[in-house]
Design a protein around this ligand. Structure first.
Ligand SMILES: CC(C)(COP(=O)(O)OP(=O)(O)OC[C@H]1O[C@@H](n2cnc3c(N)ncnc32)[C@H](O)[C@@H]1OP(=O)(O)O)[C@@H](O)C(=O)NCCC(=O)NCCS
Length: 229
């Protein structure tokens, strides 16, 4: 399921970012501010998993009920904070692409629990955030500012679903063109963007640091440019 970011997702989104060095490495507050900004939009991909019921006699921690079944955190309302300054998608270290697996596409993958470990049984369903996409809109243009999918859930269509839903929502709100920047060596991401219709718009020489690398500025026209009558 693709849905809007909520405050309780922050820890999961931040953890995803840390697992993906190619994603822009933001601090937690950046996500909170972007989500609260009227021009910002963060979408998360959530799947249902089965909570594990352990037979071990470990003491209960907060968030666990007797029997070891995890309790999902309570839903919290969207927060409203001041607007953040502009930030751009800024992937960090280069990273090799993953091999394509035989995993099912995202739509069906969400219905399938992970296999149990030894000594554990499946408990009630709970949800897990496995990817996110962050956008920022300025008038009729928007930017994709960050994107990451948990490495354990890649190549199942999660990112494609996130971007398609983001594009749909932006189009509905009147956005005509979406931009993004990506490291020239990030072939998995570039292949993904190209498959959705993004085209190379410009190259920014030595835009990234650590390591120094060009940025490919890609653009997708989702509505024809406005022409005054
Ligand atoms: C790039 C990234 C978001 C893709 O997420 P994903 O959920 O695995 O992507 P999808 O499963 O939706 O893939 C959709 C298409 O993208 C392309 N693609 C995705 N990963 C690829 C890879 N490793 N190699 C080649 N093509 C890839 C393919 O065309 C794929 O379609 P296919 O599976 O039918 O061939 C993910 O690899 C990631 O989080 N990378 C680290 C963070 C990052 O690079 N963010 C972008 C910064 S600009």
């Amino acid at each position: 399921m693709i849905r809007a970011f909520r405050d309780p997702d922050l820890a999961a989104v931040y953890a995803l970012q840390l697992k993906c060095p190619h994603a822009a490495q933001w601090c937690k507050e950046d996500y909170s501010l972007l989500a609260a900004d009227a021009h910002g939009m963060i979408l998360v991909a959530e799947i249902e998993t089965l909570a594990r019921v352990s037979h071990s006699a470990e003491p209960f921690s907060s968030g666990q009920q007797k029997g070891g079944t995890s309790v999902p955190p309570p839903e919290e309302p969207l927060f409203a904070l001041p607007s953040p300054g502009p930030r751009r998608l800024e992937p960090q270290a280069a990273r090799a692409g993953r091999d394509k697996s035989n995993c099912p596409p995202f739509e069906t993958a969400g219905l399938e629990p992970r296999p149990s470990r030894c000594g554990e049984e499946s408990g009630p369903e709970r949800s897990e955030v496995v990817g996110f996409a962050a956008f920022y809109r300025v008038n009729e243009e928007a930017e994709l500012r960050n994107l990451a999918v948990d490495p354990a859930h890649q190549r199942r269509g999660v990112a494609r679903s996130l971007l398609q839903e983001g594009i749909r929502r932006l189009k509905e709100s009147g956005v005509r063109r979406i931009f993004l920047e990506v490291r020239a060596s990030n072939h998995p991401a570039i292949t993904l963007y190209a498959s959705l219709g993004f085209r190379l718009h410009a190259t920014r020489k030595e835009y990234y640091q650590h390591p120094v690398e060009d940025a490919s500025l890609m653009a997708l026209d989702i509505l024809p440019p406005f022409k005054a009558p």
